[in-house]
Design a protein around this ligand. Sequence first.
Ligand code: GUN
Length: 292
Amino acid sequence: MPALILDGKKLAAQIEAELAEQVADFIENNGREPCLAAVLVGDDPASGVYVKNKRLACERVGIESQLHCLPAATTEEDLLELIAQLNSDDEVSGILVQLPLPSQIREQKVLDAVHPLKDVDCFHPENVGLVVQGRPRYLPCTPHGCVQILHRYGLGAAGKHVVVVGRSEIVGKPVAAMLAQKESHLGPASCNATVTLCHSRTSNLPEICRQADILIAAIGKPKFVQGDWIKPGAVVIDVGINRLPDGLVGDVDFDSAKEVASAITPVPRGVGPMTITMLLLNTLAAARAQVA
Ligand code: GUN
């Protein structure tokens, strides 16, 4: 039987509807809107699309947004100056620096400069540390989107073998940490997994993937994970967004995978829309944290 398609776009719309009510309450109680400041350096077309989608999502739920566009030749010093201004601007609840940054700018230096309370991407080392210790202030957006998809489809992770392919700071490492925790804000069924974190130097990758009850692909290689790497009945979460000449594809070969998995996220309409919705949740949380 072909796999159940895990519709991230539909879930994101449901969560946005819940969030719009919470944003309206926040505005009524505080007399101001939560505000997301997005910083875009250079003219990478994909980054431009992501930032536009984030701004549109803010609009849909009543969050104000600012866009700060800087030229590709911007110096690290100038970008740090902008971050410092946004850090001290009481109107700004959350700051999002769209990655990647041009090569003359040290990404880590910039991400470290965002005030931890305004770090709605959850990239600051203080916030990453809190996630790893199981006492998160904010949750990283894409990992949180993956966990929400599992939770809202009733697919528990507790006791399951989760195999994560890809050890990035943005997805692989934090999603592995979150799913291995004892506790989650979504309840004990949404964590307590046995997690294997694989990467480009892993030996016998297909064999390890075949042991997964839940397989999370976040390696950034188009159609990398094949159907015969998947255990029959496993759940597959495809985090990849790869632009090929004939459109967007994930890190999983969807056509072969859907014949083996019991459930799978598509690309597009899978994890991507959930990532943006999780950013909105963090922006409201940041606004609340700054009036508290
Ligand atoms: N570039 C690719 N993914 C992300 C993300 O989640 N946040 C930011 N800021 N940039 C990205």
